[in-house]
Design a protein around this ligand. Structure first.
Ligand SMILES: [Zn+2]
Length: 276
């Protein structure tokens, strides 16, 4: 029964984000992208950044948590009309705005936490803040976190959310096979989450079409709860490159986030560990 814990995990959070493996991968890639200065803060704490990367998916008892992981762009009339400030969002949707998702602003908030952690000089806080920030950055790179059709419920493709972000990742992804570009200084980093969400949203139509194609080409014809091996093979052949690309971008952007937080905090040197 080796697969049971995984099944429970997937059943527990089907609509919340990359599965645990996806979020761990984002953390791993980000650490790999860092130059010496900020990298030194994570010496011996690499596992913490991965171990806490899925924490926000377990904070459901807080009813405000769900909308922090996504943003329904259709609610605003599409990517071109995305609000940049919470005031703008509120003006457009009134009290409904929060329910339609707030992930870009949450990335900004958690990034500020990371700047504070560097300023405080506490490597444990830096590791934890990086893990949590990485979670929301990861979610912003999942196409289905940017659309109201988040589980294919509007196009008769229920379950597509976990098929894409967990099913494909669990079956095929290994962090060792992915590459990440070196983290880049970026004065406008604070405003990047909008670009990521927009780019993720552009991937939605093809993703849905590839799922339909894979269903059409397999005997279950899209109605069964359990997909066949043939479905997974076809869906991976079409969407595998997109899954890889989005994981690599999320890792790179978390790396950028950490580097830029460290720069804004004044490029502090990592505290020297006392001799044991
Ligand atoms: Zn999430």
């Amino acid at each position: 029964m080796k697969t049971l814990p995984l099944l429970i995990l997937l059943a527990a959070s089907p609509l919340w984000s990359w599965g645990d493996k996806g979020h761990r991968t984002v953390s791993t890639l980000a650490l790999r992208s860092l130059p010496e200065g900020p990298r030194a803060w994570f010496a011996g704490r690499e596992a913490e950044v991965c171990d806490h990367a899925s924490d926000p998916d377990h904070w459901k008892q807080d009813r405000k948590e769900g909308p922090r992981h996504f943003m329904d762009l259709e609610a605003y009339g599409g990517p071109a009309q995305m609000p940049r400030t919470l005031e703008e969002a509120q003006t457009k949707l009134g009290g409904d705005y929060y329910r339609r998702g707030v992930v870009p602003w949450i990335v900004q908030d958690r990034w500020r936490d990371l700047v504070d952690a560097f300023r405080e000089g506490d490597p444990a806080k830096v590791a934890f803040a990086s893990a949590i920030l990485g979670h929301y950055i990861g979610d912003a790179h999942v196409p289905l976190h940017t659309t109201e059709n988040h589980d294919g419920q509007l196009t008769n493709q229920r379950g597509i959310h976990s098929r894409w972000e967990s099913g494909l990742v669990e079956r095929h992804i290994a962090a060792e096979d992915l590459t990440v570009l070196p983290a880049q200084p970026d004065k406008a980093f604070f405003y990047r989450p909008w670009d990521w969400v927009k780019a993720s949203h552009a991937l939605v139509p093809q993703l849905l079409e590839d799922d339909r194609d894979a269903d059409r080409s397999t005997p279950l014809g899209g109605r069964g709860k359990t997909r066949t091996a043939a479905y997974w093979m076809i869906f991976w052949s079409k969407q595998g490159p997109v899954v890889k690309q989005q994981l690599q971008l999320a890792g790179q952007h978390l790396g950028d986030a950490i580097l830029n937080a460290w720069i804004v905090a004044g490029k502090p040197a990592a505290p020297v560990k006392p001799a044991p």
